[in-house]
Design a protein around this ligand. Structure first.
Ligand code: AMP
Length: 188
């Protein structure tokens, strides 16, 4: 079960059905996806993930931020990450898109979930899906840690500085300016 902005409880299958209806009506939505890698060839991993996301049905990559090398957050004893954000214009409903991103992580990149916030060949997070607000067991939109992570806000700001966070009402530029964390985020 999950809540939409109106507070009405509905099954997420019902919401995806609405999404499929929009799909049939040809509705394109801008989704923003965060990419991260700190195992193997980090740059190649990001590039490959961009290519795989670009191959998903009913979507087109319309923007890609610069790549950044960033210090790990949470578990500090691990290699630095490469991070980026891309914009995908898509007709896929959000749960279907998340499922496809997880498929890329597990099948294409053979990612194992051994350690929470530990090292990974690729991590794909759905940051924003239009201005939709979702709170379900497997998907939260906007991404719950979007506003507190410099390694996400910086590349997102490169792509969409004036985009408004649908819950906080502040632009990405304002959220970035208000950050006090001391993570290293270096453009490569
Ligand atoms: P992680 O290990 O950081 O990749 O977290 C993945 C878990 O977070 C999965 O169980 C997802 O279902 C869940 N999740 C909830 N909201 C999101 C989101 N907006 N983007 C990606 N994963 C999400």
């Amino acid at each position: 079960m999950f809540f939409v902005q109106t507070g009405i409880r509905i099954q997420h299958s019902a919401v995806d059905a609405i999404g499929r209806l929009c799909f049939n009506l040809n509705v394109q939505t801008d989704a923003y996806i965060a990419l991260g890698s700190n195992l193997g060839d980090r740059e190649l991993n990001l590039l490959r993930a961009v290519a795989e996301i670009g191959r998903l049905p009913a979507g087109k990559v319309t923007g890609l931020s610069p790549f950044y090398e960033t210090s790990p957050v949470g578990v500090s004893d691990q290699p630095f990450f490469f991070n980026a954000v891309l914009r995908l214009s898509t007709k896929q409903p959000p749960h279907e898109l998340l499922h496809n991103l997880q498929h890329i992580e597990s099948v294409i990149f053979k990612r194992k979930r051994d350690q929470h916030w530990g090292p990974r060949t690729i991590d794909l997070d759905l940051l924003l899906y239009g201005d939709q607000v979702v709170d379900s067991c497997d998907l939260t939109l906007p991404h719950p840690r979007l506003a507190e992570r410099r390694f996400v806000l910086q590349p997102l700001c490169d792509l969409a500085p004036d985009l408004l966070h649908p819950l906080l009402g502040q632009s990405i530029r304002q959220l970035l300016a208000g950050l006090t964390s001391d993570e290293t985020v270096r453009k490569i």
